[in-house]
Design a protein around this ligand. Structure first.
Ligand SMILES: Cc1cc2nc3c(=O)[nH]c(=O)nc-3n(C[C@H](O)[C@H](O)[C@H](O)COP(=O)(O)OP(=O)(O)OC[C@H]3O[C@@H](n4cnc5c(N)ncnc54)[C@H](O)[C@@H]3O)c2cc1C
Length: 321
């Protein structure tokens, strides 16, 4: 199988999900006598291409017209490279970027797509995939019919590919810029600068729920504990809906899927839609004043009580360490 991994990056470093996508691709390639190439798209991306070459052979497409990740342009590039290089399987990490860009590429290619894959086997040269459905209530086993196949994998389900000592080849790919779509023009990107790690990439995530009354309390309690532990902050949808936390903090079925080594849920009841985004965390700690809160059913450790009393004590103890 000829496999193309679509790299996601910030022009300087690869997103960790891409390493997991390469690990998935390597595993499939090993079982199908296949070959893996990693496609790095953007402008001034030499350092990302070099990093990608430590885990895979690289196709690098560096063009000023691809400076901003405008979905219709990137999708066209992915589709063109897939056709040119006779790719059988396109792989990416399951992220907002992939939903926007890789989904469109799948549409252009007319192949078949499975998203959020968490496991796979190869049977008679056919890829058999496992993916959660209905907020993780069931896991479906599927095979794809059609060519090429397009798959996004859940980063937390695959150990990231580790860098090898020898750097792989970096092949420069050219495109006909005039053939790229021009229907969307990039205006600006608005991001919050934060000293904390991204919720999907952090080993520790501290999340707050409806029990937190306002942004100041969130920063003091959730942010304060996260900082003591060197972790990221997340939240339930209740806080996003209340305007207390930004949209990209939301963990859950319609938010981010995380599986950190430690997930602390404070004042979060444990609705199925929230659990869908964090229940695969290695260690879960629940802090809640309701001993019957469903979050305790998935928690490894629980603290029953008022978080407004307990969390400042926890922060103080950790600070004193
Ligand atoms: C289609 C759909 C998609 C959804 N997607 C998501 C999603 O992606 N992510 C998500 O999170 N939700 C999602 N939801 C919403 C979800 O169903 C719940 O409504 C939401 O998760 C509840 O958030 P919560 O646990 O913060 O609030 P609540 O359910 O209100 O829980 C608050 C908890 O805080 C406890 N508490 C209160 N005061 C204190 C205190 N002082 N100290 C300690 N504990 C206290 C309470 O006992 C309670 O358990 C979705 C819903 C739908 C219908």
């Amino acid at each position: 199988m000829r496999i193309l991994v679509v790299a996601e990056h910030d022009t300087e470093v690869l997103r960790s999900g891409t390493r997991s996508a390469v690990a998935f691709a390597n595993s499939v390639a090993a079982q199908t006598d296949g070959e893996v190439e990693c496609l790095v798209i953007g402008h001034r991306i030499a350092s990302v291409a070099k990093e990608a070459a430590s885990i895979s052979k690289v196709l690098c497409l560096d063009s000023e017209s691809l400076t901003a990740p405008v979905a219709d342009r990137y999708a066209r590039v992915i589709a063109d490279v897939t056709i040119q290089r006779k790719i059988d399987l396109v792989v990416a990490a399951s992220t907002s970027y992939a939903k926007d860009v890789v989904g469109r590429a799948a549409g252009l290619l007319g192949g078949s797509m499975a998203s959020d894959v968490v496991g796979h086997t190869v049977q008679d040269d056919k890829l058999v995939l496992r993916r959660p459905m209905f907020a993780g209530a069931v896991t479906a086993t599927v095979t794809l019919i059609g060519h090429p196949q397009i798959i996004t994998i859940r980063g937390s389900a695959y150990e990231p590919a580790v860098a090898s000592v020898d750097e792989s080849e970096i092949i420069t790919v050219d495109i006909d810029e005039s053939s790229l779509p021009n229907h969307i023009s990039f205006e600006k990107i608005e991001t919050r600068s934060s000293h904390r790690p991204d919720v999907t990439e952090s080993r520790i995530v501290v999340s707050g729920g409806r029990a937190i009354k306002n942004s100041d309390d969130f920063e003091r309690l959730v942010g304060g504990l996260a900082d003591q532990l060197g972790g990221a902050t997340g939240s339930s949808r209740a806080l996003v809906d209340a305007g207390i936390t930004p949209n990209d903090f939301q963990v859950g079925q319609t938010g981010k899927i995380v599986a950190p080594e430690l997930y602390i849920a404070m004042g979060i009841s444990g609705a199925v839609q929230h659990l869908a985004g964090m229940k695969n965390s290695k260690v879960i700690v629940a802090i809640n004043n309701d001993p019957d809160a469903p979050m305790f059913e998935v928690a490894d450790y629980g603290l029953v009580g008022d978080l407004y009393e307990l969390v400042p004590q926890l922060i103080e103890k950790l600070h004193a360490e």
